[in-house]
Write a protein that binds this ligand. Structure first.
Ligand SMILES: Cc1cc2nc3c(=O)[nH]c(=O)nc-3n(C[C@H](O)[C@H](O)[C@H](O)COP(=O)(O)O)c2cc1C
Length: 326
C-alpha cells in the first residue's frame, strides 16, 4: 500500500527526475569523457527547467500536478484524431464519412477505378441495410436521365431538375474555391447548386451551371442597409439566367431557431460584397424573418418572390422541431 502510494507520487515527478538523472549523467560524462555528452546534459536539465516552470505556472492544475508528463497527454490528445483515423478505425467506421467512402471519392477524382472484386466488406445482415435486388425483367438504361419538373401551375419558368443536386452551402461558410468547384461539378453533372443564404458570388457564376438562389432571414444579396428584404435587389439577382429557382429558408438543422453567425474574420471583401454587408464585421442571420410572420404571409411572400424573379419556382426550406408545427 505504502509502496503503491510512493510509486504514484514518484510517477508525478517521473519525467523531471529522469531529466535530472540525464542531466547529472550527461554533465559527468561531458566533464570526464567527451564534451559531446553536454547535449545529453542540456536535454536533461532542459526537462528539469520545464518541470520547474510547470510547477510554478498558475494556468493549468494538471501541469502543476504532473509537470512535463501532462504535456505528453496534450500531445497525445492532439495526435488522437490522426491515430484514430489512420491506425484504430477500420474501413467502415468513421463519421461523417468512412475511410472506404473517402477513398472511393479520392479514386474517382483521380480517375482510378473505384470498383474492386471479391465481394463486399459491408455487413449486409445489419438491421436496416439497404440493397438493390435482382430483377427478372431488367430494362435498359433510359436515354435521358430522370428529371423532375418543378413549378406549380402558373409558374412561367418551370425548371426540370435533376433528382440529385447540391444542397445549400453559403459563400463565407465555405471558400470561393469550394463554391467554384461545386458549381463546376453541378454544370458537368447537369444538376443544380443551391447558393445557400450567403448571396451569389462570382464563384457561383464562373462555370455557368444552374443555381438556386436561397435567401434566409438576413436577406443576404438582397437587403437594404437595415437588413430588411429589398425587392429590387432580389429581382436583380433572381432574374440572372443561371438562377433557375429561388428558395426561402426558414431554418436549417444546424441553426434550430437560433439564427446564425459568420465570424468577422470570415467576412472578407468578397464575402461582404456577395452578402451586401460591411467588411470584417461579424455577420448575423436573425432568428426570424422580418418580411413575414404568419404562414399565410409566408405563402404570399413566396408568391411575391416568384413574381419578382420573372416566374421562377420558389421553394421553402425548414427544419421541423415540433410535429404540430407543420
Ligand atoms: C458549411 C455548411 C454551410 C451551410 N450553409 C447553408 C445555408 O446557407 N443554407 C441552408 O439552407 N443550409 C446550409 N447548410 C445545410 C446544408 O444545406 C444541409 O441541409 C445540411 O448539411 C444537411 O445535409 P447533409 O446531412 O447532407 O450534410 C450548410 C451546411 C454546411 C455544412
Amino acid at each position: 500500500m505504502v509502496a503503491a502510494t510512493l510509486l504514484q507520487r514518484w510517477a508525478r515527478w517521473s519525467l523531471p527526475s529522469l531529466g535530472a538523472l540525464l542531466g547529472f549523467l550527461g554533465s559527468y560524462l561531458a566533464l570526464y569523457l567527451d564534451p559531446w555528452w553536454f547535449v545529453l546534459a542540456a536535454l536533461g536539465w532542459g526537462i528539469v527547467l520545464l518541470g520547474i516552470y510547470d510547477v510554478c505556472q498558475k494556468q493549468s492544475a494538471l501541469l502543476a500536478n504532473y509537470p512535463v508528463l501532462a504535456r505528453l497527454r496534450g500531445l497525445a490528445l492532439d495526435l488522437r484524431p490522426f491515430f484514430r483515423s489512420y491506425v484504430v478505425e477500420d474501413d467502415q467506421e468513421g463519421r461523417p464519412y468512412s475511410y472506404e467512402s473517402r477513398s472511393l471519392v479520392y479514386r474517382r477524382a483521380a480517375g482510378i477505378s473505384s470498383t474492386h472484386p471479391f465481394g463486399t466488406q459491408l455487413d449486409t445482415y445489419r438491421e436496416g441495410f439497404n440493397w438493390i435486388t435482382h430483377s427478372m425483367a431488367p430494362v435498359n438504361r433510359p436515354a435521358e436521365k430522370p428529371r423532375v419538373l418543378v413549378g406549380a401551375e402558373g409558374t412561367e419558368l418551370p425548371y426540370s431538375a435533376s433528382v440529385f443536386n447540391i444542397s445549400a452551402l453559403s459563400f463565407g461558410a465555405i471558400s470561393g474555391r469550394a463554391i467554384e468547384s461545386l458549381a463546376l461539378g453541378a454544370r458537368l453533372g447537369n444538376f443544380y447548386l443551391d447558393t445557400g443564404e450567403g448571396g451569389i458570388s462570382s464563384y457561383h457564376r464562373r462555370s455557368g451551371g444552374d443555381l438556386v438562389f436561397e435567401i434566409g432571414s438576413g436577406y443576404f444579396g438582397c437587403r437594404d442597409d437595415g437588413g430588411r428584404f429589398d425587392a429590387h435587389a432580389f429581382a436583380e439577382q433572381a432574374r440572372q439566367e443561371s438562377v433557375r429557382m429561388t428558395e426561402i429558408k426558414l431554418s436549417q438543422g444546424a441553426k434550430p431557431g437560433h439564427g446564425g453567425v459568420l465570424p468577422a474574420a470570415k467576412v472578407s471583401p468578397e464575402v461582404a460584397a456577395a452578402r451586401g454587408i460591411p467588411v470584417h464585421r461579424e455577420c448575423r442571420s436573425p432568428r426570424a424573418h422580418s418580411a413575414f410572420s404568419t404562414p399565410v404571409e409566408l405563402v404570399e411572400f413566396a408568391a411575391e418572390m416568384r413574381r419578382l424573379s420573372g416566374g421562377k419556382p420558389v421553394g421553402i426550406k425548414f427544419c421541423v422541431g415540433q410535429i404540430h408545427e407543420v
